[in-house]
Design a protein around this ligand. Structure first.
Ligand code: PGA
Length: 310
């Protein structure tokens, strides 16, 4: 059997997503390149590793075995890399972070500053929704993740790093824009733009409406905060988004927040990792950096301030 580590890593990503396309997106490769690598791996093993039943991709029994070995190989090489990097302190090393989309208004900047201070560190940042961040956390793929609320069903270490206020967003000329203390019931009557399933923002919105015996009148589901903002600007409806999507990105005055009873919904962002995980020296250093930035911000803005640094 002759195959490469790269083929094992590609196969691991395809197995995790059960999709060549999504694995290609994650790995920044083309779908045919990913397909070809998996095919070569199958040829050298001499057995199919994946099979398509209907539209769904499944692992074969041989595929499940190869997946276990791929993960063990990856983990043990990463441990080796970590031990070697730890011997060099912060001079070298790799940092793998996954964050939920709303935190992209904060974390990349902090990661950028950290990497500037430690130029030998190679960082990889994945920005995706809550469900996918949780899947990565379960599979112990990243050094650290940043997400909207610590998962209840996983044993993790989680520390709050910033407030995340959810606000009701409408186009600046919306009839409710000038109203005060609008009821949630009134908001529930408006055409609503909802994030995709798996989004933490969506979960928080649905739970909030449900707590009041209501549900939003969904006009459209969209897969990103930016798409929702464009749809609001296009007059398709209103939505609930993290206030950071407005404060830090700028919206050329097209969007406004509505004064709705019970809003902003206060959430928090947490940095987390699986309980019992041994953090590398680099991950420890970045964690300390995040926590000290959070402390400085709280001191500067006063506890409970919802607005991060701009
Ligand atoms: P998300 O971010 O909506 O992109 O999943 C979520 C969160 O703040 O939990």
């Amino acid at each position: 059997m002759r195959f490469s580590l790269r083929q094992l890593y590609i196969f691991e990503a395809v197995s995790r997503h059960l999709s060549y396309t999504r694995a290609a997106e994650e790995l920044h490769l083309t779908q045919p390149a990913v397909f070809a690598q998996v095919k070569q791996l199958e040829d050298s093993i001499g057995m199919p590793l994946l099979e398509r039943i209907g539209k769904q991709l499944h692992l074969t029994p041989a595929g499940r075995e190869v997946l276990v070995t791929s993960r063990e190989t990856r983990d043990s090489l990463e441990r080796l890399e970590m031990r070697l990097a730890d011997m060099q302190g912060l001079k070298r090393g790799r940092l793998r972070i996954a964050i939920v989309t709303t935190t992209k208004y904060l974390i990349p900047r902090l990661l950028g500053e950290f990497c500037t201070q430690h130029p030998g560190i190679e960082a990889a940042l994945t920005v995706t929704n809550r469900e996918k961040v949780l899947a990565r956390l379960t599979e112990n793929i990243d050094d650290l993740v940043v997400l909207g609320a610590p998962p209840e069903h996983l044993d993790v270490v989680a520390m709050p790093i910033a407030d995340n206020p959810l606000v009701v967003v409408a186009r600046h000329d919306h009839p409710l824009a000038s109203k005060k203390k609008i009821s949630l019931k009134r908001i529930a009557a408006e055409p609503f733009l909802l994030r995709e399933p798996g989004s933490g923002t969506r979960l928080a919105v649905e739970r909030h409406f449900a707590r009041h015996g209501l549900a939003p009148r969904v006009r459209m589901e969209l897969g990103s905060n930016e798409a929702i903002k464009q749809a609001i600007a296009g007059g398709l409806g209103i939505s609930v988004l993290s206030g950071h999507t407005l404060t830090l990105e700028g919206d050329s005055g097209l969007l406004t927040t509505l004064d709705v009873a019970g809003f902003p919904l206060m959430r928090q962002w947490f940095v987390a990792y699986p309980a019992g995980k041994h953090l590398s020296a680099v991950a420890e250093a970045f964690l300390t950096y995040l926590l000290s930035d959070a402390k400085n911000r709280r001191r500067r803005d006063g506890a409970g301030s919802p607005v991060p640094p701009q």
